[in-house]
Design a protein around this ligand. Structure first.
Ligand code: CA
Length: 240
């Protein structure tokens, strides 16, 4: 059973989220403060939690401290941050600190559950092979054969375009920060070159989106990065 640690001080929201998570089949533990969450982590087995749903604004401190403790302890739990904060710098800092995704309040329960499924799939509590195929509507990408098809017809990508798309496929459904994309596709020395991303994302959209100005799959997360849409109802992600 998938176990979730729900860290949220708002009693009403905590109850709502707990009910929704339990209805979706998760085993839920709750914490109402930073101290409560840290204490539960301190006493839990290394693999006790598959997922942590983490509010940032807690009465006794910042939820980011819980994220830091989790990663310091080397826990593999997926972490999805829920926060009222919109600041882009906050989101980037959390993702770079090891959060898997974030949702800004208020959010729909359906969207939350979809993001949790994606985060769990990517984090994986047991060793799972990497995602190597992505299909969504007319778009099909196979990383093993380096083939990209749109409406069944092959699409030619340059090596850099393919590398960028492949990085997003490996994290399909999750936001990937500018820094992560630049480091993984171009190299660590290029993390300041966000104009590369804009240029290549424009090229990818021109080749893969029906309307490059209104992308449906290669989505912009303003000030943060990009997300390749992975609609659980429309998408088949296959592992080799
Ligand atoms: Ca709060």
């Amino acid at each position: 059973m998938t176990t979730v640690l729900l860290v949220e001080d708002d009693r009403e929201l905590r109850a709502t989220l707990r009910d929704a998570l339990e209805a979706a089949g998760y085993l839920v533990r709750t914490a109402a403060s930073q101290a409560d969450a840290l204490a539960q982590l301190a006493h839990a087995a290394p693999d006790a939690f598959d997922l942590v749903l983490l509010d940032l604004g807690l009465p006794d401190g910042d939820g980011a401290a819980v994220l830091a403790a989790l990663r310091r302890q080397g826990r593999r739990a997926a972490v999805v941050v829920i926060s009222a904060r919109h600041a882009e710098a906050d989101k980037v800092a959390l993702l770079d600190a090891g959060a898997d995704d974030y949702l800004v309040k208020p959010f729909a329960i359906g969207e939350l559950l979809a993001r949790l499924r994606v985060a769990l799939r990517h984090r994986g509590t047991t060793a799972q092979p990497a995602v190597t195929r992505y299909e969504d509507g007319p778009l099909a990408v196979d990383l093993a054969t380096r083939s990209v098809q749109r409406d069944g017809a092959p699409v030619h990508l340059t090596p850099t375009e393919f590398a960028l798309l492949a990085r997003l496929v490996r994290s399909a459904g999750q936001v990937v920060t500018h820094r992560q994309l630049l480091a993984d596709v171009w190299g660590a020395e290029f993390i300041g070159h966000t104009h590369y991303l804009r240029l290549y994302m424009g090229q990818l959209r021109a080749k893969l989106e029906a309307d490059p100005a209104q992308p449906e799959r290669l989505l912009t997360e303003p000030g943060v990065g990009y997300r390749l849409r992975a609609d659980p109802d429309a998408t088949v992600l296959m592992r080799s």
